[in-house]
Design a protein around this ligand. Structure first.
Ligand code: PEP
Length: 281
């Protein structure tokens, strides 16, 4: 990934017709957690209608509280993948928390004739789960979205990405998602999007920003602009190559992170603003 002294390979890769590199911009607007088919359908339809081909859908959810909803797991994969195929979705970002999930996803896609593609997401709680990273690196060439660890140095997170590449999977996108610190209040995390150019300078990975988990609220500035949008613009103007962002048709019904989700009627303007920021950059 550019961190090894002999590594001079080009940045970027193409997966299922979508190119990920340090110049491109791909937007993954979607549900933090899959809940009911109706919401998945509405989300994917909106993504398609707005000319996008990627989304996010969480099936395996790593929760801080064991009594919180843990995700539908493999049970929802068939209908999520079928709907994705119907709406022309090429890549779904989907977090996995255990290596057995790789096979569950792969088998399900294979059984359905691969109607869509999957980007395996490793969340901030697993950034340094080295056995999981090694398993993903060894077992698959699915693209991997590795989130930075929320309580470790940037360098430690970049080394974690190298675990994937050193085991054979260099299709890695590095995601900034904010740092846990009391100083970050009133946001959920301290937004770290000033690190976008730093990661691009230090490595050859495309860089993603996750404004939803960074900001964590639907607060807005006096001019009526959502803090999530401000943070997105900062990231894209800094050169981000991917945006992972939570939307929900009915945030009050969302089973995970509803308070930070944007509304479906905000999607067109949100996408338009991102595209403008990217053209500016
Ligand atoms: C997520 O994207 O759903 C998520 C749990 O993110 P993070 O690992 O950044 O907390």
């Amino acid at each position: 990934l550019g961190r090894h002294k002999d590594d001079r390979r080009q940045s970027g890769f193409t997966y299922n017709g979508v190119t990920f590199d340090q110049n491109n911009l791909n937007i993954f607007a979607g549900l933090c957690a899959v809940d009911v088919p109706e919401h998945v359908e509405q989300m994917m339809k909106a993504v398609e209608e707005n000319g996008e081909v990627c989304t996010r859908m969480g099936a395996y959810k790593p929760r801080t509280n064991p009594y919180s909803f843990q995700g539908h797991g493999k049970g929802c994969l068939p209908w999520v993948f079928e709907k994705a195929g119907k709406h022309g979705i090429k890549v779904i970002a989907m977090e996995i928390t255990h290596e057995s999930h790789i096979e569950e996803i792969d088998q399900c896609l294979e059984k359905l004739g691969r109607p869509t593609g999957v980007m395996l997401q490793v969340g901030t709680r697993n950034t340094q789960n080295f056995e999981l990273l090694k398993a993903i690196g060894r077992q698959t060439t699915y693209p991997v979205l590795l989130k930075r660890g929320f309580g470790i140095t940037l360098n430690e997170s970049l080394n974690a990405a190298e675990y994937l590449a050193s085991e054979g999977n260099a299709n890695v996108i590095f995601c900034l998602r904010g740092m846990k610190t009391e100083a970050g209040q009133p946001h959920r995390n301290m937004v770290d999007f000033a690190h976008v150019p730093a990661v691009k300078r230090l490595t050859r990975m495309p860089v993603c920003v996750d404004p939803s988990h960074s900001v964590g609220t639907r607060e807005q500035s006096p001019d009526g602009i959502l803090d999530v949008m401000h943070a997105t613009a900062q990231g894209v103007i800094a050169g981000a190559n991917m945006v992972l962002v939570d939307f929900h048709p009915r945030p009050e019904k969302a089973l995970v992170d509803g308070p930070q989700a944007l509304l479906m009627n905000e999607l067109p303007a949100y996408l338009e603003d991102i595209r403008l920021c990217h053209d500016t950059w």
